[in-house]
Design a protein around this ligand. Structure first.
Ligand code: CA
Length: 231
């Protein structure tokens, strides 16, 4: 039997926790319920969950405090946290994210919305990344050794530019929207602005130098990599 992703639900209201748990179970996830911060810590110490759904308003230690604590702990800092809360003000959203939450969902939320957020953070941990070699014109990328070269000359770039180029080169001549690139390269686009893609495309073109022209902007649609140069 394959391991189903474990989702720790930290929620003091048992009716809400139960409803979430039933829905998670029906969707191939393993829910674990903790009704307060102390129980949650015991569960986390026992088995590291794949995702934590963390209620903001808990008796005793708040969800926000817990999120901060888990982010500082090397064992838990990589576990995605989705804050659940009745608060919907922009300032609260920011403090939740500042405390280290990966996403934020306001009560009442639909099951579909919650599942979509959970899948997004799970995907974000393992976005699509090919690790083989790919060549396009004179541009070569080695996914295993993380090396890129153009006409035999090595090109150095940052990890995000590398992931972006890796995806584009594996799907050439096709237009990719910003939202689709965020999904495929970043693994999640709930809290990343689409403008982020433009910034990394610009950097990618700069480091590619002469090969930078291969990365085309398709007005109103997105970006593509092509060997068919426009005159
Ligand atoms: Ca609560």
């Amino acid at each position: 039997m394959r391991n189903l992703p474990r989702v720790l639900i930290v929620e003091d209201e048992s009716a809400i926790a139960e409803l979430i748990a039933v829905n998670l179970r029906h969707n191939g996830l393993t829910p674990i319920w903790a009704e307060n911060a102390e129980r949650a810590q015991i569960e986390v110490d026992a088995v590291l969950p794949d995702v934590i759904l963390l209620d903001w308003m808990l008796p005793g230690q708040s969800g926000l405090t817990l999120a901060r604590k888990w982010r500082l702990d090397s064992r838990t800092k990589g576990v995605p946290i989705i804050m659940l809360t009745a608060k919907s003000e922009e300032g609260d959203k920011v403090s939740g994210l500042d405390a280290g939450a990966d996403d934020y969902i306001t009560k009442p939320f639909s099951t579909q919305e919650l599942l979509a957020r959970i899948r997004a953070v799970l995907r974000r941990r393992t976005p699509e990344q090919a690790s083989d070699n790919v060549t396009l014109g004179e541009l070569t990328l080695d996914g295993a050794s993380h090396r890129v070269s153009h006409a035999g000359q090595p090109i150095k770039m940052g990890p995000t530019e590398f992931k972006l180029l890796n995806f584009l080169m594996h799907h050439p001549e096709r237009v990719h929207s910003r939202a689709s690139l965020l999904d495929k390269v970043w693994g999640d686009h709930v809290f990343i602005e689409e403008r982020t893609v433009d910034v990394h495309i610009k950097r990618l073109r700069e480091v590619l130098g002469l090969a930078g022209d291969m990365v085309e902007t398709v007005r109103g649609a997105g970006y593509r990599i092509t060997t068919l140069q426009q005159k």
